[in-house]
Design a protein around this ligand. Sequence first.
Ligand SMILES: [Zn+2]
Length: 273
Amino acid sequence: MRFQFLLQVVSVFWVASQANAATFEGAWVQGALIIGQAKAGEQVFYQGRELKQSAQGRFALGLGRDAPSRVSVLVKKGEQQETLSFDVRQREYNIQRIEGVKQKHVTPPAELTQRIQQESAAVKAARKRNDNRTDFLSHFIWPAKGPITGVYGSQRFYNGTPKSPHYGVDIAGPTGAKVIAPAAGVVTFANDDLYYSGGTLIVDHGHGVSSTFIHLSKLEVAVGDTVKQGDLIARIGASGRATGPHLDWRMNWFNERLDPQLLFPENSKPELP
Ligand SMILES: [Zn+2]
């Protein structure tokens, strides 16, 4: 009896103090980057991972393409803990059929299996980095100019064969056009010839948030370089599995894929400066 009474006191205390619990910015929708603010002494966990906090208690979490309709965030403060639940808006993704891709990019020859697996592992390793930098807190800018020709999440069929979804936003532009850093960061991966993605660059913005740029014709930075927002980092191309020159920009929170378009107001277009 006494123990139960104590529990009640603890939970009443927690409810009274909940106004002080971590707060969040951003719409809870599949593909979204959510920015949070913890109060002093709070630890925040999502998907079993303790979220890195800035000196001011800011943190990031990402909702993947197929995030469930309800997710929870655990907030701990000393001996107290509370689970906060959020409804996640579920999206309907396009189906996109792409014809005219080289058949070797749809069903690669068996002797390339090892190369493709090694490349995939190297890219995933770069996305696992949990850097202290807080560049993800700045407002992102478009990394290239041009019409959007492909959107996040689409289920793709290449020459009729279903393949993994499209995780980036495609911005069409001529080969050689500038790609600039949408936010500051450090270059963690640079390779000018991956099998599927061709010229590939990853810029880490901190706390697991990174940008991937693919199908590049030229890389203008190298691994370890730090870049400021707006710096030239690469040139648009059509390398790898691409049917024409464009920039494919992907956002990641560790290995969850985020929708870059959700970082901008709804009517913001990469045609505009
Ligand atoms: Zn693309």
